[in-house]
Structure formats: structure tokens, C-alpha cells
Design a protein. Structure first.
Lengths: 225, 223
């Protein structure tokens, strides 16, 4: 059973079509990397898969469940790392993660473990607004994987991370995490290295959909011209 | 559900404790309004209908400030999405937000009612305070439920600062009328009992909007 199956997915914002005609099938354990210039519909695709946006046309199945009909059965099984960290600036990293742990019914010990993994255990009692963007991104990574989701939806996950921090979060959201992943990226070399399948979007429409091994960096660069 | 409500309420109160964005503003607004009434009416004391009207109108306008701030952190910092991704009953958010607003209103009244008694009220509250607390509690319930519903609706629009009060005020009018009529005898020179008819009206209005809010809230959170 595919982890993600899309048939003619379309999503509009008012009159403007943000996504249209997207069809693909992603098997469990595989990684789909989505490329495309700003406004191509990458984040919209992730938000539809996360059940935060309803599809306006086509069929969407995530983890075997049709959306939006059975969105309730998908929530809690996906982890979304969005552009916004989905964390409260006035709360500390500990408080934010504990809050999400309580919502997801996760043991609080996992919060401590994750804070150690992203090396923020010493800064975890400071309000988030006092941390750097890279540190906040590390907390956001911890939040996204807190409930051990089956499907990871990662919107430019390494934005704001320096190389060391990027390596730090690799066991959580990289290939080593051994989860089904849908990742948006602007980095063709890194993206291709992570992908089993590549989707290129241009103005909301699929311009490229192939196995990663059959795609060159030059073809991805073409999407941005 | 209870665990989710507790987690949401705890988060809500922590944010208020850190930022102090709602309760101090609401309290300061109420105090300033009493001072303005004091000078505008050119009277050293008021009682009965006038006193009840001033008290309820001031409390409701102060409540609007809290209503407007209720979902701001969630909307601006992505808390809505974080909550929507969790496998929990969405009614828990309504309950937690309404409880938080209810607590803010109680804290507001702990400041505003003694200030009102000192600055404007002629008759003493000594004998009628328990009854007044009861009437205020019934009004607070309605304000908390309606305020939460309206705030959830307004916060996702660009004109939320305008839309919140515009939607809330007409819905608060029955609470002002019933609350003022019920508490008017309590603020009269000889004191008295709250009017049962108006207490029942307040209670029914609370119940009606409690049901409406529970039925609608899920749809307000949907895309």
C-alpha cells in the first residue's frame, strides 16, 4: 500500500490555482523530494498532505486514508516541519515540547531525550524568543518527530541550520530516520542525494516526476529558469 | 479530552504569565473608564440602574480587549497548525480558551469591582456582594463562550482587530441588558435581590451559546 497516493490533486486560493494535476504514488519508506521556484506550490502540497488544507479536486490518500474524509485518522501519524516552527515564542523549548507531547500522548521523557539529541538541553529553559533561528529550527525538528510519525513532511528542513546543526538533525529527519518523507528543497545536489523520487513543480503543475536516479542536477536547475 | 484541555489551558496561562498581554490591559481599561465616567457624569456617586449600566458596559468593553488577544499567539506563531496536527478533540480548544477567558474576566473583576465601589458607587456592597458575584459569574460564562467563538472566527481574517468587536458587541448586548437588570436592585440604595427573570435569561443565553459554540467550533477551525 502506498504511503502517499495522489490522483489529479488540485488546490486553489480564491481564484488562483496553487496546485493542479498532481498525480503520484510514494511507497512506504521512500523519500520524495519536491523542487520548484517560490510559489510553485511545494508548501501547499505539504499542507494538503498534513490535513491542514483540503484538496479542491482529485483524490488524496495518505497512509491509506482518503483525505479529507478520514483526516482524523491521519493526524498524529504525520510530522510537519513547516516554514514556521509551530512553537510559541514566549514559552521555553521544554514547555513547547511538553505541550506537544501532552497533545500527542507522548511520555515526557522523550522530550528530554530529543532535547539532548538536538543539543539544546542547556538552553531548554529559556524562552524561544531569546534563541537563534537555527536553535529554534532544531526545536522545531524535535517537535516534528516527537510522536514518531510514520510520514515526515519537511519544508526546507535545513533552512537556518549551519552544517554542524544539519548533521545533528540527520538521525531525526534524514535518511537514517527510516521514515517515509516528502521534502521540499532548493538544493539540487543535496535533494537528489536524499530522494527516491523527484517531483518538479512549476506554477502549481508537475513539470518533472521521475525516479531520482533518472534525474540530473541540470534538469532541476531548468525548473528555476 | 480532560488531559487535552488541561494541556491547552496550562499553555494559555503560561503565555499570559510571560507576556501579560490580556489581564493588565483589561484591568487598566476598566479603571480608566471608571475615572472617565466619574468626571463625565460630574457626580460623586451613582446607584441603581445607572450604576449597573456603567459597571456592565465597562466590563464588557474591557472583555473585548481580552477577546481580541485570545487567539493571536496561536495565529501568529503557528499554534493553530500545531494543534490541528494533533489527534485530539477540537472541542478541547474551545473549552480551554473559554476557561482561560473566564479566568481573565474573574481577575479583571477582582480589580474592577472594588475600584467601581470606591470611585463611583454610592451604596455599600457589603450585603449584596455574594449576589453580585453570582450575577457577574453568569455574565462571565456567556462572555467567555461568545468571546471564544467570535475570536476564533475573527483571528483567521485580515481585519481581525475590527471584526472581533464588530461581531462580539451585538452578541454581548443581551448579556449587558440581562446583567444590568439583574444587578440593578443589588446596587440600589436599600439593596435587594437580583431579578430572577433576568438571571434566568442570562442562564438560558449562556446555555444557548454554549451549544452553538460546541456545534460550530469544529467548522471554524477547518480550512
Amino acid at each position: 500500500m502506498p504511503a502517499v497516493q495522489l490522483e489529479g490533486l488540485a488546490r486553489r486560493y480564491g481564484e488562483r490555482e496553487a496546485l493542479g494535476g498532481v498525480s503520484l504514488s510514494l511507497q512506504a519508506g521512500q523519500s520524495l523530494v519536491v523542487f520548484g521556484p517560490n510559489g510553485a506550490g511545494k508548501s501547499t502540497l505539504l499542507r494538503v498532505l498534513a490535513t491542514l488544507l483540503r484538496p479542491h479536486a482529485g483524490s488524496v490518500r495518505v497512509l491509506g486514508k482518503p483525505l479529507p474524509e478520514e483526516a482524523w485518522a491521519v493526524r498524529g501519524r504525520v510530522g510537519l516541519l513547516a516554514h514556521e516552527p509551530l512553537l510559541y515564542r514566549d514559552l521555553t523549548a521544554c514547555e513547547n515540547l511538553r505541550f506537544h507531547a501532552r497533545l500527542h500522548g507522548v511520555a515526557l521523557e522523550r522530550v528530554e531525550r530529543l532535547l539532548e539529541l538536538v543539543r539544546l538541553e542547556r538552553r531548554c529553559r529559556e524562552p524561544l524568543r531569546t534563541l537563534s533561528r537555527g536553535m529554534v529550527q532544531r526545536v522545531a525538528v524535535a517537535r516534528a518527530v516527537l510522536h514518531e510519525p510514520e510520514l515526515l513532511l519537511l519544508d526546507e528542513p535545513r533552512a537556518n541550520l549551519d552544517p554542524a546543526a544539519s548533521e545533528l538533525v540527520d538521525p531525526l529527519i534524514g535518511a537514517a530516520a527510516q521514515r517515509t518523507r516528502v521534502i521540499t528543497s532548493h538544493d539540487p545536489a543535496r535533494g537528489l542525494a536524499e530522494a527516491d523520487m523527484v517531483l518538479g513543480l512549476r506554477a502549481g503543475r508537475p513539470a518533472l516526476l521521475r525516479a531520482a536516479g533518472d534525474v540530473s542536477v541540470a534538469e532541476i536547475a531548468q525548473l528555476y529558469r | 479530552m480532560r488531559r487535552t484541555v488541561a494541556a491547552l489551558l496550562r499553555k494559555e496561562l503560561l503565555i499570559e504569565l510571560r507576556s501579560w498581554q490580556s489581564v493588565p490591559g483589561m484591568s487598566l481599561f476598566a479603571l480608566t473608564t471608571f475615572v472617565v465616567f466619574h468626571f463625565a457624569l460630574n457626580r460623586s456617586s451613582v446607584d441603581g440602574d445607572l450604576a449597573a449600566g456603567i459597571l456592565w458596559v465597562t466590563l464588557l468593553f474591557a472583555a473585548i480587549l481580552g477577546v481580541n488577544r485570545l487567539f493571536v499567539a496561536d495565529a501568529e506563531e503557528g499554534g493553530f497548525d500545531g494543534f490541528l496536527l494533533a489527534p485530539v478533540d477540537r472541542g478541547a480548544l474551545l473549552l480551554a480558551k473559554a476557561l482561560a477567558l473566564l479566568l481573565y474576566l474573574v481577575l479583571l473583576e477582582l480589580v474592577a469591582v472594588p475600584a467601581f465601589a470606591l470611585l463611583l458607587l454610592g451604596p455599600t456592597l457589603a450585603g449584596t456582594l455574594p449576589s453580585l458575584v453570582g450575577v457577574l459569574a453568569l455574565g462571565d460564562l456567556g462572555v467567555a463562550v461568545i468571546g471564544t467563538l467570535v475570536a476564533a472566527l475573527a483571528v483567521r481574517t485580515r481585519a481581525r482587530d475590527l471584526l472581533g468587536p464588530l461581531l462580539a458587541l451585538p452578541l454581548f448586548v443581551p448579556i449587558v441588558i440581562a446583567g444590568a437588570r439583574a444587578s440593578s436592585p443589588l446596587l440600589a440604595p436599600r439593596g435587594g435581590d437580583p431579578a430572577a427573570r433576568w438571571l434566568a435569561t442570562l442562564g438560558l443565553y449562556d446555555l444557548l451559546f454554549g451549544l452553538i459554540a460546541y456545534a460550530l467550533f469544529d467548522f471554524l477551525l477547518e480550512d
